[in-house]
Design a protein around this ligand. Sequence first.
Ligand code: F6P
Length: 486
Amino acid sequence: MNLVVVSNRVTRGNVNEPMTGGLAAALLPVVEKSGAIWVGSSGRVRDGAQKEPFAEVEALGAGALAMLDLPAAHYGGYYEGFANSALWPALHSRADLISASQGNYLSYREVNAFMARALLRFKTADTAFWIQDYHFLALGAELRGLGVTQPIGFFLHTPWPARAVIEGVPHHRELIEAMLAYDLIGFQTQDDCDNFLGYLSSSLGIEIENGAVTSCHGKSRIAVFPIGIDPVKFARQAAKAVSHPDVSRLRRSLNGEKLAIGVDRLDYSKGLVNRINAFDRMWTLQPALARTVTLLQIATPSRGGIEAYGNLQNELARLVSDVNGRHGEADWTPIRYLNKGFSQTVLAGLYRTAQVGVVTPLHDGMNLVAKEYVAAQNPTDPGVLVLSKFAGAANELDTALLVNPHDIDGMARTIAVALSMPLPERRMRWEAMMTRLRSHTIQQWFADFVDALQGTRVRPGVAMPPVTEPPASWPLRSANAGARYN
Ligand code: F6P
């Protein structure tokens, strides 16, 4: 089988450069090894003069990376518009932030159709397509419209909300009917899956039989595939990274204080305001904890052109400065707040340095930072994970200290408990989480989804071969050549 993986954001990946996007960082190591071709946006746009979608193709591990310049006239309406101002808030249960125009919806559909046309050149008789995330809900239907009969799978990295929330998205019915062109639809958690099935049955009146539904497109299977990480590799990286100069400097600057760490995109789904308020409350209720712990909060700016993100950035800057002003001392800054990205290597070292990892989103599909924090710990002296019960990861990491991110007092108390947890309890909790991470890796996630996808449209008597090297027909050039591909 020739696998074509599609996501809006792709990456060449360099562990020493800042990584953008959990999805891209997670997919990179598995896509590289699988021999798949990975198609996504180049991050550039082109004007409408192009007849054919344009792709740059370069080698990526055993496979290839193909990057498209998306149409300039539709990019804003697609990315900042419909994908991130209508779908993203809805998927994270923020119906109050949904903003959508007809123009943005049309741009979203245009970009999905554009991507479908671009994918045709990678299609062979035994190709299977695996589409990632909310940017491309309608891509499967566009491919079917172009005559593609090969298996097409879809995986959603975000949560799927309750019916009443998704119904706040204009054109929800059209979009979700289009999703049924996928043979396999994967979710992070059973709750997400149940919400989706609930919509199909209540809003579309579709009957569900053993996790499968039948529509005008044929049969779609709907299942749960929680994404993982490579914990062994990450642990190795973290052990090495503690001697990275940036990490050593941080350790020296702590003067014996404990470190709590939060690492997030600057996004309203991440619960950053509540988290800062919880630290504020903790230092107010337990003044003895002043000077004993510092929070390092990395909040990487994201989607800056969208008003809600700009507002949040301003609100957080004011809040952090207020908390530091009230609790700080001439020689102690309670919160170190950074608006920039860090390489995976440095992050691994920072996680290992921190005695507490604070991952408290209001809603999150999985949250791989939680898993990486656990994997990065020193087995003989592990830190404690404080984790929102509304992150997908909480289903698996249930020996973390689970918190309600809306309960500021509860979070304040729990962070204080984490800071004073005795070693035997820390080890017991950490070992249980590591056992889970080791048995549900990113490699296993990838293989499970691809296996299930292969099973969806296999013609009787025709066994699909395993994922292999890219076919000779892909015109690969080396990454350095910066080759163009038409
Ligand atoms: O949560 C879904 C997701 O695709 C993440 O994997 C990723 O971090 C983020 O959204 C991507 O955001 P953007 O590409 O807009 O920066």
